[in-house]
Each structure stands twice: as C-alpha cells, then as structure tokens.
Design a protein around this ligand. Structure first.
Ligand code: NIG
Ligand code: FE
Length: 395
C-alpha cells in the first residue's frame, strides 16, 4: 500500500482558487511567467490559469498575498533508501581527502544490515524533508543493496513513496562478487528479474572504478528488454563514455555531466538527452562544478536535482541546488528554477508535473518571496511557505 506523501492522492472532488499571486512561474515554455495571476485546481488538476481579477469561483480560496508561486520541484535524482552515516568520510574530505565513491560499500553494508522498518522510516523522513522544501515529485534509486533480494527490497520501499523508481543494481561491484563480469551477469539476470516489477527506470554508474562502457551498455539494454527506461550516471569523476552511451541508448537523462568534451555535449544535444546537474555533489566533494552555460548554449535541456545520498551529496534541498546553480554554474535564476521544475520533469519524461498549465497536476509551492529570484538571492533562507500536491495542502 502506498504512502500518501508523494504518491497519487485519492482526492475528494473539490476546487481551490489561488489568487493574488504576485508572480506565477508556470514552467510552461508557452507562457512562463504571469504577474498578478490566479489559478484554480480542481480534482487535483490545474483547471484554470489567468489574471487575478478574472478568476472564477471555487470551493476554497487561498490568498497568496502578492507572493510568488512555482510548480512543486521535481527532484529527478535521489538515493533515499539507505542506512548508516558517512559523517567521518565527509569531514575527512573537508580536510583534503578526495572523493572516490569507495564509501558506497560502507552504505551497502549498513543497508543490508538494516530492517525493512528502519529503511522505510529513514526514507519517509527524507521525503518529509523534501516536501518541506517544495519537492512534490522525486525519483528514488536502489543501489545500496547489490543483491537480488536487497535491491528488490529497496525498490519495494521506494515504490511506497513514488512511481519514479530506478533500478541501480550497477552502482558498484560489491566486495563478495568473484569478478566484475560475474556481477554484471547477476545484475542482468536474477537481480533484474527480481527488480523490474518494482522499477520504471534502469540506471548504471558508468565511471572508472565502477562500470565501463561495454558493461554499462549491456546492463542498460538488458533493462530496456525488461521494459525499463534508461538513464545514466555519467562523467562525474572524470571524462569517460557515459554521456555518449546515454545518447546511444536514447536515455532520458545523463546525470552529473561534470566532465564533458565537446563531442559529449554535441551527442547529448543531438540525441535530446537531458543533462541532469547535481551541484550538491560538487559542493560535498569539493569538486569543480559542471558548466551549465555550455550545455544550455548547445541546446541541451538542463535539469537540477539533489542526488540526495549519504556519501556525495547529503542534501534534500532543491532551493539549495538552485542557489548553487546560479552562483557556481553560470545559470540565471530563471534558468535554474526552470531546471528544477520543467527540466526535472523532462528528465523523467513527465509532462504532468513541473509545470502549471491546464490539465497538469495541482502541485505548487507558495514562496515567502515576491519572486523565484529570491531562491538564489536569499540562499539558505527557508522560503517555502506552503506546498500543495494534487490540490491538497501538505506543508
Ligand atoms: O550519484 N556516483 C555514484 N553514486 C552517488 C554517490 C553514492 C555514494 O557516494 O554513496 C552519486 O553521487
Ligand atoms: Fe547519484
């Protein structure tokens, strides 16, 4: 049975008018910003958008008081099912140690040892953190189980919170695997069979030290044969084949994209692969940030996501990622809020979220600010005043 927090709600039929919206950022490329706006959500969906003075009647009225409204954030990349803690690893990095992703194995050991209840509770707590910061759609990956049973368990838990679940059995090769090739056989065989019923997506950490291009391709293609859609952890720690592989297999998204060649950028642009940038990871590993400007100029759709995980990016905050993107990745505030809403939805191939237009989900955030620019202008300040999901107030 599903958790109500971010999964589809069974709403009673009712309408809510949000009026006196000083600035409405819609996420809809056709009509991105409306001043002095109003919006009606009926039966969980946006039924009407227009000028505040022309708003129709509704069962309930919410006065935005001149504040800014944005679509609920779409966090299209998160690893929320895990146990344990890597505080010491983070502290060591902040005194000069390098991030190698080797710590994934620490989290795998803790996750395997945890009870279902403990994992579920931890995931629920992170979902609540996300909601409080305006996220209404989240993707959740497995990847800290790395056995057929533990991966399936992670996805079963993830499924209670979201429809956007991702099988990441190919996160790293676990210590008990006789060889990488043996492990790829497990991932593409028994593990995939156990996990596919609980996942929408298949992902692979294509990186030196994790899975190479041939192994990654094999895993992604096996996933697509089982009905999953591909996405790729690509080019995080150095240049490599991940982004080009994402283009080759028609992945929805290549994630991280920190180290790209011109050919990689060109491949993403021509295959229409979204580049999902995860500045929390660069923040928490003290690495150079990806160049969003270069991707945007090449015509690539950019998404922003938290990468929330206990190792490389232990933040659940989309507003924090927006602020980092503006300050560190040469994005304008408009581009960053677009990437956190519309971009995330593109990365998940969803057109019903990340956007406020007629027929879309009534997922929205009222900011304690006159403009979304404040998300970057006032970094670290809790600006999320109200969060509504499918027409119900959750925060
Ligand atoms: O997206 N890069 C691989 N996976 C995660 C990190 C996981 C970890 O360090 O636990 C990421 O950054
Ligand atoms: Fe990740």
């Amino acid at each position: 049975e599903g958790d109500e927090r971010m999964s589809r709600a069974e709403g009673e039929r009712r309408s809510t008018l949000f009026h006196r919206i000083g600035l409405l950022y819609t996420g809809d490329p056709e009509r991105e910003e409306i001043t002095d706006a109003a919006l009606v959500v009926e039966d969980g969906r946006v039924a009407w958008i227009g000028a505040s003075g022309e708003a129709p009647a509704a069962d309930e009225r919410v006065d935005a008081g001149g504040r800014c409204v944005v679509p609920g954030f779409v966090d299209s990349h998160a690893h929320l099912v895990f146990a344990g803690d890597r505080t010491a690893e983070f502290a060591a990095r902040m005194s000069g140690e390098r991030y190698t992703a080797g710590g994934i194995r620490t989290t795998v050991a803790a996750t395997r040892a945890a009870t279902d209840a403990a994992l579920t509770e931890r995931t629920a707590a992170l979902i609540d953190e996300m909601l409080a910061q305006g996220t209404t759609t989240v993707e959740i990956k497995s990847g800290y189980g790395l056995t057929a049973g533990d991966e399936r368990r992670s996805l079963e838990i993830a499924r209670r919170f979201t429809a956007e679940t991702t099988f990441l059995g190919a996160h790293v090769v676990p210590p008990e695997a006789p060889s990488a090739d043996d492990y790829v056989r497990l991932v593409t065989g028994e593990m995939l069979a156990a996990c596919a019923p609980y996942a929408r997506w298949v992902d692979v950490f294509c990186e030196r030290g994790a899975f190479d291009a041939d192994q990654s391709r094999e895993i992604l293609l096996a996933g697509t044969k089982s009905g999953l859609l591909p996405r790729v952890h690509a080019n995080q720690l150095g240049e490599g084949p991940g982004a080009r592989l994402a283009a080759e297999v028609g992945a929805a998204s290549a994630d991280h994209c920190t180290h790209l060649t011109d050919a990689d950028v060109e491949a993403l642009a021509s295959a229409g692969v979204v580049a999902t940038l995860l500045p929390g990871a660069e923040f928490s590993t003290r690495s150079p940030y990806p160049d969003a400007r270069r991707l945007l100029e090449a015509g690539v759709t950019v998404a922003l996501a938290t990468d929330c995980n206990p190792g490389s990016s232990f933040t659940s905050s989309m507003p924090f990622c927006v602020a980092l993107a503006v300050r560190e990745m040469r994005m304008t505030p408009l581009e960053a809020v677009r990437a956190a809403t519309y971009g995330g939805a593109r990365a998940l191939r969803r057109d019903d979220v990340g956007v406020l237009r007629r027929g879309a989900a009534g997922d929205l955030v009222i900011l304690d600010a006159p403009s979304y620019v404040h998300l970057a202008y006032r970094p670290g300040v809790p600006l999320v005043a109200q969060v509504w999901k499918e027409g119900r107030r959750l925060v």
